[in-house]
Design a binder for this molecule. Structure first.
Ligand code: IPE
Ligand code: MG
Length: 220
């Protein structure tokens, strides 16, 4: 979710107004996701490096997150959405931490969409934390400890970098970059990204299906 600040600046508004618009857009995108065949949606809400931002901006992002949980938890239960936060929790305000725990508990049975919010998240730290908690370290155990592999990564706001997001899980992710600022990234943009994803041939290091079949026929 990138581009809130620039969205606001282009309208002569303070950055926080961009974050307010960004949060409003989360609900729109979340509502559109299940019908597009999306079962797991992870939103990068606050990175472990975002603490470097001015304190007032950090504070307002945290408040917006708490408000979002307050407002969306009951709606998530009604809509079959399972909420989960990934990232560190020890640096969050105790009130926000409690709101996250509560939201996770009451939405746990949701099966329509698994919505993960990355908060105080770093992909590198997540890998380290997961590895430290394992008795036996392998691709399988670490992969399971981290979470599902990413099929499609969408980056909004015109940037073309990973910014420490789901590094292990993105090993074979298809990348889609959108110039849209996050508050303007709507259901049609999401549908477009999914369409682009579906049009891509994923080979996971193997050869294209057609070529594999031709080779097999030739060997027969
Ligand atoms: C929102 O967009 C991302 C968050 C971490 C909340 P930005 O705040 O990064 O917006 P830009 O990049 O300055 O436009
Ligand atoms: Mg940004």
């Amino acid at each position: 979710m990138d581009g809130n600040g620039r969205w606001a600046a282009s309208r002569g508004l303070p950055r926080t107004a961009g974050h307010v618009a960004g949060v409003a857009n989360v609900s729109r995108v979340v509502e559109a996701a299940p019908d597009l065949g999306i079962g797991v949606l992870t939103l990068f809400a606050f990175s472990a490096d975002n603490w470097r931002r001015p304190q007032a901006e950090v504070q307002s992002l945290m408040e917006l997150l708490a408000e979002y949980l307050e407002r969306e938890t009951p709606r998530s239960v009604a809509n079959g959405i399972r909420l989960q936060a990934i990232g560190r929790r020890d640096r969050l305000d105790p009130g926000l931490r409690a709101a996250i725990t509560r939201a996770e508990a009451v939405t746990a049975a949701g099966t329509r969409l698994w919505l993960r919010l990355a908060v105080d998240y770093s992909g590198r730290d997540a890998i380290l934390a997961a590895a430290r908690g394992l008795m036996e370290l392998s691709r399988e155990t670490l992969g399971t400890a981290l979470g599902p592999p990413v099929d499609l990564l969408i980056r909004t706001g015109g940037e073309r970098r990973l910014s420490d997001f789901l590094l292990w899980e993105c090993a074979y992710a298809e990348l889609v970059f959108s110039r849209r600022m996050w508050p303007d990234f709507d259901a049609a943009d999401l549908a477009g990204a999914v369409r682009e994803f579906r049009g891509r041939e994923r080979r996971f290091g193997a050869v294209p299906q057609k070529l594999a079949r031709a080779t097999a026929a030739w060997l027969d």
